[in-house]
Design a protein around this ligand. Structure first.
Ligand code: 5AD
Ligand code: SF4
Length: 435
């Protein structure tokens, strides 16, 4: 029996799909890269913005034919969309050929749900309000070598007014530091070269009486040739201790992902972000004072309800003032159940479209300029993959910059020093420096 998994959304979901694969593998299933050849197709969904949902709907709808021609095919839907209030029932109506729906808190039930469905004509739906145990005991099938994702916490308590995550992922729950450290130690022993600590808000980690900076310090103190990165940090919980730990360890990436969302204090307050533009900028100033070469990346939203042209321009000016190396930019998308979805002053689509185009251009200009400044410099990348189109190996350096180079043998998983010879957008091209 063979399974195929399609994943939407963030790193958390990508790692969760590795766990779904782990559950299926432990039950004797093998992975299949072609949907048509699989006996089970799993969709691990995302609902953070409407377009993420529409994308999944399109792909699920396209399976109707396949299911008709192959009735034994099992179609399973999991992840954040399944967990949305009332969504499972809606999905059952819209796609009556779905066999199993499971939520974000019951991954390890997946196999028994599939078995239940084999003995029943009706769709099997299983959703839970909250995660019961923090440890799921699942051994993931890791697909991201040389990087390994490690969850340190689940859920979010912040309730930013636009965001559906706290509703579909539940309240914050931290794993114990002992479990995290032992997972990292074994990954390093297995040869993983980058450990990425994952959580919706890693800075509010509170496992084993430990705060995040201490956990990060302990992870980075583990011996071996590997890097450590982490995401995502919330500016309201940013601390001097975190900067001190980053500075102490050369293993920790020189890149902090710190979502700003907006450059306007009025919008930040409506978003319930609990910091001001000034506080945000003072955090970056502290970071750059202590670690001058550290890069900052961010997430930005345009078209939040009532956002004026002037307030949008404050987001544009923040890009320059904060000196972001790059940014993920989003058009605000109303999510049912969130506070912002029922606010007055929703922004027309054509206005948001104009704003996002201006923002993307501003971010890209800055990224391009930063890349161009790298030409002539040296850097060290961790090789992640081979790009057949470019006929190059590629990887990222400690600053998160993507570097490409040519080699006549497989280099994935190696640290390679490059002399940067050319920049194209966010990509850097280089020649290997052979010692
Ligand atoms: N609309 C647009 N962007 C959103 N994000 C979260 N919720 C929404 C929404 N409703 C963005 C935020 C967050 C990133 C993961 O997704 O910028 O940091
Ligand atoms: Fe959503 Fe805010 Fe939590 Fe991030 S911190 S997951 S944006 S509620």
């Amino acid at each position: 029996m063979k399974y195929h998994i399609t994943t939407y959304g963030c790193q958390m979901n990508i790692h969760e799909s590795e766990k779904i694969a782990g559950v299926l593998k432990s039950c004797g299933y093998d992975e299949e890269s072609e949907e048509e050849e699989a006996d089970i197709i799993v969709f691990n969904t995302c609902c953070i913005r409407e377009n993420a949902e529409n994308h999944a709907f399109g792909n699920i709808g396209a399976l109707k034919k396949l299911k008709k021609s192959k009735p034994s095919l099992m179609i399973v839907l999991g992840g954040c969309m399944a967990q949305e209030a009332g969504k499972a029932e809606y999905l059952k109506r819209k796609f009556p050929f779905i066999d199993v729906v499971f939520g974000t808190h019951n991954l390890n039930e997946l196999h028994s749900l599939i078995e239940q469905k084999r003995n029943s004509k009706k769709a099997v739906i299983s959703l839970r309000e909250e995660r019961e145990a923090v440890e799921d005991g699942i051994v993931p099938v890791r697909k991201s070598y040389p990087n390994a994702w490690v969850n340190i916490m689940y859920g979010c308590n912040n309730f930013c007014s636009y965001c559906i995550v706290p509703y579909v992922r539940g309240r914050e729950k931290s794993r114990s530091a002992e479990d995290i450290l032992s997972e990292v130690r074994s990954l390093v022993r297995e040869g993983y070269k980058e450990i990425t600590l994952l959580g919706q808000n890693v800075n509010s980690y509170a496992g084993s009486g430990m705060r995040f900076p201490e956990l990060l310090d302990q992870v980075a103190s583990i011996g071996g040739n590997f890097r450590v990165s982490f995401m995502t940090s919330h500016p309201k919980d940013f601390s001097e201790e975190l900067v001190a730990v980053m500075k102490k360890h050369k293993k920790i990436c020189r890149r902090l992902h710190l979502p700003a969302q907006s450059g306007s204090d009025r919008i930040l307050s409506l978003m319930n972000r609990r910091y001001t533009r000034e506080k945000y900028l003072s955090e970056i100033a502290l970071l750059k004072r202590e670690i001058p070469d550290c890069e900052v990346t961010t997430d930005l939203i345009v078209g939040f309800p009532t956002e004026t042209e002037e307030e949008f321009e404050e987001t544009l000016s923040l890009v320059k003032e904060a000196g972001f190396a790059s940014a993920f930019t989003f058009v605000y998308s109303p999510r049912t159940g969130t506070k912002a979805a029922v606010m007055d002053g929703q922004i027309p689509e054509e206005v948001s479209k104009k704003r996002i185009m201006r923002l993307v251009e501003c971010v890209n200009d800055q990224t391009r300029q930063k890349s161009a400044e790298c030409v002539g410099a040296e850097t060290e990348i961790l090789v992640e993959d081979f790009d057949g189109k470019k006929d190059c190996y590629l990887g990222r350096d400690l600053y998160g910059r993507m570097g490409y180079f040519k080699s006549d043998r497989d280099r994935v998983g190696e640290f390679v020093r490059l002399k940067i010879t050319k920049a194209n957008g966010i990509s850097l091209y280089g020649e290997e420096i052979k010692e």
